[in-house]
Design a protein around this ligand. Structure first.
Ligand code: 5RP
Length: 224
């Protein structure tokens, strides 16, 4: 197991400690969340009573395989806790997310939780957002015009592809990855991007984080 993988396991183990009987949880997406789901599945098999709202089809399928009971935002519009990974975490705990392409459902779920807990390995901690290309979910109609408007904000904007074909999200939309390299003002950029007609959501998760659990070697650093 790589050091990074071990850090994800340490952080996920700590995250599980926040879960209590009867809670309704937001279940994030990504490799760190996969570890968390495995641990949560073990706890459910041992008798823990929780329900989860998945943030992607992938997480939904994995949760079902593990026997984790699922519910919806319609049935539970206010969640107790949401757990999710991140692509970048800055010193103010502002995040870039969407590397896995699930940013829309992730933001919809994470924002409804009483506490949003970010679970990550130490590589995700950065001094400034932007080195990781910023994912933007857009409608398919006129996507190239949206891409040009994103580039006018000062980035190289690239349609995400898999095996030479456009990547399609769980919502049947496209992702454009915006290479800003440095994001000086995340709030202003978020507002500028969201004002482009055809943009559905942007992977800047601002002023949402309550707790960050960062796996570092054999321990976990907790920021609250
Ligand atoms: C998916 C995400 C993930 O949370 C993010 O990409 C981190 O993933 P990982 O835990 O695999 O590093 O935003 O859309």
């Amino acid at each position: 197991m790589t050091n990074q993988s071990k850090q994800k396991v340490h952080a996920a183990r700590k995250a599980i400690e926040y879960v209590e009987d009867g809670m309704v949880l937001g279940l994030g997406t990504g490799s760190t969340m996969d570890v968390f789901l495995d641990l949560l599945g073990e706890r459910v098999q041992a008798g823990l009573q929780i329900k989860g709202v998945p943030t992607s089809v992938k997480t939904e399928q994995k949760a079902k395989q593990l026997g984790i009971p699922l519910t919806t935002l319609s049935d539970h519009p206010k969640l107790d806790l949401a757990f999710d990974g991140a692509d970048e975490i800055d010193p103010d705990f502002q995040l870039t997310k969407g590397g896995g392409g699930s940013l829309l459902r992730e933001k919809m779920v994470d924002v409804t939780a009483k506490q949003f807990i970010v679970v990550a390995d130490e590589s995700k901690m950065v001094n400034q957002l932007g080195a990781f290309p910023l994912p933007v979910e857009v409608v398919k109609f006129g996507w190239d015009s949206i891409r040009e408007q994103l580039e006018a904000l000062g980035c190289d904007a690239v349609l995400r592809e898999v095996d030479g074909l456009p990547f399609e999200t769980d919502n049947d939309q496209f992702i454009i990855d915006c290479h800003f390299h440095q994001i000086e003002n995340p709030h202003m950029l978020r507002d500028q991007i969201k004002s482009i007609v055809g943009v559905v959501e942007v992977g800047l998760f601002l002023d949402m984080t309550d707790i960050v659990l960062v796996g570092v070697d054999e321990e976990v650093i907790i920021y609250e």
